[in-house]
Design a protein around this ligand. Structure first.
Ligand code: SF4
Ligand code: SF4
Length: 203
């Protein structure tokens, strides 16, 4: 898997969930299909008066989620920026050409209320439940960096093997200390709950 393949898969999914944060810090999520992919740049459209646009302008953080028929979850996290005024028309026209239904939503001059945002710097979390063990990968696009997630086994490990026995995906290897294969970990925490010496920590 790689970042561009993840983005192409999102394109096949079509309608994606876009989550933002409102002025009270509460999550807000909606479906968006007005999306144009330009390599790894993700352009999307809303209207200037929408709460969505206000949240993007004020905060910018957005998380995009898609789920494929192959039980793949693809989560994109980043900070969107509004497309500069002199490029708005260009990207809007590209999107309307790709998705003619938009003309039905904003016919004629009413489409001038539209505004385009773009996400260029973001991380991707890829999570696939159709492999055994499951697959989890992270990618950074643009200037974004991936922050470690999941569980690690620390030097407090006494090598009892309890965690191996309770791991639903059998992704813990013997060692000093024992080691979790993060690329196949569910991040369920069962190992941490059963470790007798609390040697397993969340990143
Ligand atoms: S359960 Fe804890 S102490 Fe035992 S092997 Fe696993 S990490 Fe080490
Ligand atoms: S968090 Fe769950 S899947 Fe990951 S190593 Fe621990 S028990 Fe296994």
């Amino acid at each position: 898997m790689d970042a561009l393949t993840c983005i192409k898969k999102l394109g096949y999914v079509g309608v994606l969930d876009f989550a933002t944060v409102d002025a009270d810090g509460a999550p807000q999520v909606r479906n968006i299909s007005a999306i144009h992919y330009e390599n790894t740049d993700i352009y999307f459209l809303t209207a200037r008066g929408k709460y969505f646009a206000e949240q993007l302008r004020r905060d910018g953080r957005v998380q995009i989620l898609g789920y494929t028929r192959y039980k793949e979850t693809i989560r994109v996290s980043g900070r969107a920026v509004e497309v500069p005024e002199d490029e708005q028309r260009k990207w809007r026209d590209v999107l309307y050409a790709e998705q003619p239904y938009l003309e039905n939503v904003y016919p004629g001059e009413t489409k001038n209320i539209d505004t385009m945002f773009v996400l260029r710097d973001y991380t991707i979390e890829y999570f696939c439940l159709s492999t055994r063990p499951i697959t989890r990968e992270y990618f950074a696009v643009g200037s974004a960096t991936v922050k470690p997630k999941g569980y690690v086994i620390t030097e407090r490990c006494i090598g009892c093997g309890t965690c191996q026995g309770v791991c639903p995906q059998q992704v813990i290897a013997e060692g000093t200390p024992y080691v979790i294969d993060a690329n196949h970990c569910l991040q369920c925490g069962n190992c941490a709950e059963h470790c007798p010496v609390e040697a397993i920590e969340r990143c």
